[in-house]
Design a protein around this ligand. Structure first.
Ligand SMILES: [Mg+2]
Length: 171
């Protein structure tokens, strides 16, 4: 059961992985979480580095889709200009939004990875349907009060995982 919470990799920032990291693992589609993964929580704009990164992934032929629990208005406003499809108000870790993302991406679960900053939504949800899961340290320390509480549990859990040595370190 607890295995479902293990990410395949744990990275300190998105710069720790690149398109080659994913293609080497047979991954064709990439699901991205939004808040605190590719944009600070509540921020209104993407950093230029993120815009470049998205471009780099697209040019490498990887298909991208954002799956976010945030409201539709926020997600649409941010993603439409970037030209990336999205699933908003996803209710992760439910399976449904991930299945929808797979159909948008046109890849199977085994050919798809997720990058997200939350163990109990992004990683657990991704593992439930068999994605390659990458946990990233959140961009910003600012977040929803409920998330702050969950972080305490997450910290304990990650410490245990590190002790067991079960997480793959990228590169
Ligand atoms: Mg997040």
């Amino acid at each position: 059961m607890l295995v479902k919470f293990y990410p395949n990799a744990y990275i300190s920032s998105l710069a720790d992985v690149n398109p080659g990291y994913f293609s080497a693992r047979g991954i064709k589609g990439l699901i991205l979480d939004l808040d605190n993964t590719i944009i600070p929580w509540r921020a209104g704009d993407f950093e230029p580095e993120i815009v470049n990164l998205i471009k780099e992934y697209k040019e490498a032929g990887l298909k991208l889709c954002v799956v976010s629990n945030a409201f539709n208005k926020r997600v649409t406003g941010l993603l439409e200009p970037l030209g990336i499809p999205w699933v908003a108000r996803a209710g992760k870790p439910r399976r449904k939004p991930f299945v929808k993302a797979l159909s948008i991406l046109g890849s199977t679960a085994g050919e798809t990875a997720i990058i997200g900053d939350q163990l109990f939504t992004d990683i657990f949800g991704g593992n439930r349907i068999g994605l390659y899961t990458v946990l990233v340290v959140p961009i910003s320390k600012r977040e929803f009060i409920g998330t702050k509480f969950v972080r305490v549990l997450e910290k304990i859990f990650l410490h245990k995982l590190a002790q067991k040595g079960v997480i793959e370190k990228p590169r």
